[in-house]
Ligand binder design. Structure first.
Ligand SMILES: *Cc1c(COP(=O)(O)O)cnc(C)c1O
Length: 368
């Protein structure tokens, strides 16, 4: 059967390995498995959210509120924008997809960092667009500018902070760059980890309202999957001027968010204390990884997120390290596929991290 030609260039996204796979393949007891490969919040779901989901479980025969009125209002209030400036997606992934499909076709160009969120390229290729990447792994705005001057772009992706490396640009530099971008170019500011970055360093904080007023060609994306601890519920949001939102809406399937997901997101938004507490613990625990790396003589990237990238240089092979960890029930992300000899580890709970260090000790000893 023949399929759309553009699909020949599209690779399938490989998600972090699920716990079930490690149980099946390596016979590890599920309770001994530490899953730190998908940047989930290790502190579980807020009890207020769980209670709400249980309460609504009996209403599942009714379609969700397709206007998503309450969640949109909640987000509009939080960010001091209008509901008309908000779109909700099944994860911010879905809005990334809308952004690309709303702007791109076979003649389009998309500009991004060399090592960044894999879905930008996958959605781009679905439209047959040309993907242009900087040479530098981390976000380097001089290289973005040079490539933009040379090729132009229909869409630019800025991942602030960047997944999978964890680095983050200063807002001041981002704004200077945005000044030079044509109003026809859609700039997607992916803020999946902004809650973490703005907690750690005010200079990295991007305010969505200020962004879209200063730069009407920008869209800010946020997600409930990371700091808000709702990865399993699939809710993300976009904030942009209404012209952009209206056009993204044309790509939306009806009822793209479930009743339970909407309710969970609304509750999560109301429990800011839980989120801030998780973020504080995240950075406390992160220092343990930094000290561990130093003690073992390898490098790490200073992170503004809920994960840390450990770079092994000449010391170890990251693929081997990840594989050995996996066999011992510790799931992390190997970055070999991104061309980097490093692993990305989600910062777990205190107990999980202690286990990671002891298993890593064993693995590094073996691979020495
Ligand atoms: C996790 C993540 C997202 C979106 O996740 P959803 O679960 O689809 O909301 C988007 N961008 C980056 C960089 C991410 O790490």
């Amino acid at each position: 059967m023949e399929f759309n030609k553009v699909l020949e260039n599209v690779t399938t996204y490989e998600a972090g390995k699920p716990i079930e796979l490690v149980v099946r393949e390596y016979g590890v007891d599920p309770k001994d498995i530490v899953k730190l490969a998908s940047n989930e919040n290790p502190y579980g779901t807020s009890p207020k959210v769980t209670a709400k989901i249980q309460e609504l479980a009996k209403n599942m025969f009714i379609y969700p509120d397709d206007s998503m009125y309450e969640l949109k209002e909640g987000l509009a209030n939080k960010f001091d924008v209008l509901s008309d400036n908000v779109i909700i997606g099944s994860g911010s992934d879905q809005i990334l997809e809308y952004c690309v499909h709303a702007k791109c076709n076979e003649n389009s160009k998309i500009l991004m960092a060399k090592t960044t969120f894999a879905m930008y390229e996958i959605y781009g290729k679905q439209t047959g667009s040309k993907i242009i990447k900087t040479e530098s792994d981390t976000h380097n705005l001089e290289q973005f500018s040079a490539l933009y001057k040379e090729h132009g772009a229909d869409v630019i992706f800025l991942c602030l902070p960047n997944n999978p490396l964890g680095e983050c640009l200063d807002k001041k530099d981002v704004y200077e760059f945005l000044e030079t971008i044509d109003k026809e170019t859609l700039v997607v500011v992916d803020g999946a980890y902004q809650e973490y970055a703005s907690y750690k360093d005010e200079a990295k904080a991007i305010n969505p309202k200020d962004l879209i007023i200063s730069f009407p060609n920008c869209i800010y994306l946020g997600t409930f999957s990371k700091a808000y601890a709702l990865g399993g519920m699939r809710v993300g949001f976009g904030i942009a001027n209404n012209e952009i939102i209206k056009n993204l809406y044309k790509l939306r399937a009806p009822f793209n968010i479930t009743t339970l997901s909407l309710a969970a997101a609304i509750e999560a938004l109301n429990d800011e204390e839980f989120v801030q507490d998780c973020i504080a613990k995240n950075f406390e625990e992160m220092t343990r990884y930094e000290e561990y790396a130093k003690s073992k003589g390898f490098d790490y990237i200073d992170s503004y997120t809920n994960f840390i990238t450990l770079k092994f240089g000449e010391l170890y092979n990251s693929k081997a390290v990840a594989q050995e960890l996996l066999q011992r029930g510790v799931i992390v992300r190997d970055l070999t596929g991104y061309g980097v000899n490093a692993i990305r580890v989600t910062i777990g709970s205190n107990e999980q991290n202690t286990k990671v260090f002891s298993v890593l000790d064993e693995v590094l000893e073996k691979l020495k």
